[in-house]
Design a protein around this ligand. Structure first.
Ligand SMILES: Nc1nc2c(ncn2[C@@H]2O[C@H](COP(=O)(O)OP(=O)(O)OP(=O)(O)O)[C@@H](O)[C@H]2O)c(=O)[nH]1
Ligand SMILES: [Mg+2]
Length: 251
């Protein structure tokens, strides 16, 4: 498996997916590089920097599927196990240390939280409650899990889901449930490894390879993973650029 460590962001150069990460049936023989050329890459990275340089702010919190905000701009959601670093990633992307509330203990985010960029940039970020939090009361876990799955399956403005996986642990069973839901939905999704600063390069590489292998069983997923650290900023320019690219595809 190709890959560079760290500073890395893109793995699995060969692919049989289109830009939305979906299978291109019958195109196996046409495996071609996913990577953008250097010029496009640099342009998107600069546009991404600009998009996230402005003032992002909180716009809405939904404790239930009935209380979602009216659909307006393109939405990008961040899903993942409790404590994986969803809220921290939103803070790192937007350059705001406390835009999304974070915590050392799992179960911090308990609603769908919507953030919006400056001047109607046309993009909303959605921070989601975490799943797989074993110590929370069962009724709460059930209600968060239902909310997560309903939102992922049935939101027309949801254009991309980033499924966060802890770089120290890799994909767990509870992540597979969410990947299966995403396979059924119309939304494109990609795995983002978090807390890359916490693992040694060899271990990181191993978890990237295992995760990439697991993703091969999910036809709707992007075949490559993004590697990030909210602590040292690894992967942020690339993730911002990916959202600019998505916006371009949607407009
Ligand atoms: N070292 C390191 N710690 C991180 C990173 N991202 C998040 N953390 C820490 O992980 C803990 C959980 O982060 P959160 O962003 O609150 O996680 P979450 O996924 O939003 O959690 P819930 O809302 O409870 O589901 C906090 O103590 C963060 O400081 C990272 O990239 N590196
Ligand atoms: Mg959170």
């Amino acid at each position: 498996m190709p890959g560079r460590v760290p500073g890395i962001h893109v793995f699995t150069v060969l692919m049989t997916k289109d830009v939305d990460g979906r299978d291109k049936p019958g195109h196996d023989e046409q495996r071609k590089p996913l990577r953008m050329n250097a010029e496009t890459d640099a342009k998107l990275i600069e546009q991404g920097r600009k998009l996230f340089a402005g003032e992002w702010q909180f716009v809405w919190a939904s404790p239930s599927i009935e209380t979602l905000p009216p659909m307006a701009s393109v939405e990008v959601a961040f899903a993942g196990r409790s404590n994986v670093g969803k809220s921290s990633l939103i803070n790192a992307l937007t350059g705001r240390s406390a835009l999304a509330r974070t915590s050392h203990t799992p179960g911090r985010t308990q609603e769908l939280i919507f953030f919006e960029g400056p001047d109607n940039a046309g993009l909303r970020l959605v921070d989601m409650p975490g799943y797989g939090y074993a110590s929370a009361p069962k009724t709460k876990v059930a209600s968060w899990t239902k909310l997560i799955h309903q939102f992922l399956l049935g939101r027309a403005t949801l254009a991309r889901v980033y499924v966060l996986i802890d770089a120290r642990h890799g994909i767990k069973d509870v992540d597979q449930d969410v990947l299966k839901t995403l396979d059924k939905s119309a939304v494109s999704y990609q795995v983002v490894m978090t807390k890359a600063d916490q693992v040694k390069p060899a271990e990181l590489q191993k978890h990237i390879e295992e995760t990439t292998a697991a993703l091969a069983k999910h036809p709707a997923a992007f075949p490559e993973v993004l590697v990030t650290s909210s602590k040292n900023g690894t992967g942020m320019p690339e993730l911002r650029a990916a959202m600019v690219r998505l916006l371009g595809e949607r407009s």
